[in-house]
Design a protein around this ligand. Structure first.
Ligand SMILES: Nc1nc2c(c(=O)[nH]1)N[C@H]1C(S)=C(S)[C@@H](COP(=O)(O)O)O[C@H]1N2
Ligand SMILES: [Mo]
Length: 208
C-alpha cells in the first residue's frame, strides 16, 4: 500500500480526507494529483477520420456520428471529480465534449430502452442505466484540461460518467447499444457492481 501510494503520488489520506474534503471524498478513496491510466490491454489507435460513434439497438433511428457530426452538436464543459474503484480519486478534472443527452437526441431511444452497453475500440464494454446517462454532467468527451484528449485517456472520444466509479467512463467509445433491461459489461462480468455508485461503495458483487 505504501508503494502504491508513492507510485500514485497520493496525498496523505488522513489529510486529504479531513476537513473540507471529507464531504467530497467517497468512502475509502484516496486523493491523488496524478491522473493514472487504467486500461485492460493495449491502447487502440483510432484516427479522427476513422472514428465513429454508432447508436444502435432500441432507438427510433439508428445513427452513426463521425468526428464532424459530433463537433456540430452543442459543445459543453464539465469540471468533476474522478473516482476509480482501485481507490484513487482526482479532483476537478476538466472535460469538454458533447452531453450524452444531446447525442441521444440524434437517435431517440425508444421508451422501452432502460440501459445501454458502451462498446469500445479496445474490445472493452460497460453497462450504465439510461437515466444516469441523461444527467447534464455526462459527456462524450474529446477535450481534457483544454487540450485534445490524448490516446491514453481514451482519445479521440470517451464517455465520462462522473456519478459512478471510473470503470463506467468508457474510453475509445465506438458504439452505444440501447437495451431493454441490464446486461453486464467487461468488468461487471468479472465481479464489479452493475451500478458503481461510489457513495454507496458499489464496488463488487451485485447479482445479475
Ligand atoms: N475502453 C476502455 N475504457 C476504460 C477502461 C479500459 O480498459 N478500456 N478502463 C476503465 C477504468 S477501470 C478506469 S478507472 C477509467 C480510467 O480512465 P483513465 O485511464 O483516463 O484514468 O477508464 C475506464 N474506461
Ligand atoms: Mo478503474
Amino acid at each position: 500500500m505504501d508503494l502504491m501510494r508513492k507510485a500514485l503520488n497520493l496525498t496523505n489520506p488522513s489529510l486529504a480526507n479531513s476537513g473540507a474534503n471529507a464531504a467530497r471524498v467517497p468512502p475509502h478513496q484516496i486523493v491523488t494529483d496524478k491522473f493514472p491510466v487504467m486500461t485492460i490491454g493495449g491502447v487502440p489507435d483510432v484516427p479522427l477520420d476513422v472514428w465513429r460513434l454508432r447508436l444502435v439497438g432500441l432507438v427510433e433511428r439508428e445513427a452513426e456520428l463521425d468526428w464532424e457530426a459530433l463537433n456540430a452538436l452543442p459543445q459543453a464543459q464539465e469540471t468533476r471529480d474522478f473516482h476509480c474503484v482501485t481507490q484513487w480519486s482526482k479532483f476537478d478534472v476538466e472535460w469538454g465534449g458533447v452531453r450524452a443527452s444531446d447525442v441521444f437526441g440524434v437517435c431517440s431511444p425508444k421508451p422501452e430502452a432502460t440501459h445501454v452497453m458502451l462498446h469500445c475500440y479496445d474490445g472493452y464494454t460497460t453497462n450504465v442505466d439510461l437515466e444516469r446517462l441523461q444527467a447534464d454532467d455526462v459527456l462524450f468527451a474529446h477535450t481534457l484540461a483544454g487540450a485534445p484528449l490524448d490516446r491514453d485517456h481514451g482519445g479521440p472520444v470517451r464517455l465520462v460518467v462522473p456519478s459512478v466509479y471510473g470503470w463506467k467512463s468508457a474510453k475509445w467509445v465506438g458504439a452505444v447499444e440501447f437495451m431493454a433491461g441490464d446486461r453486464p459489461g467487461f468488468w461487471e462480468q468479472r465481479g464489479y457492481h452493475m451500478r458503481g455508485d461510489y457513495w454507496k461503495e458499489e464496488r463488487f458483487g451485485s447479482p445479475f
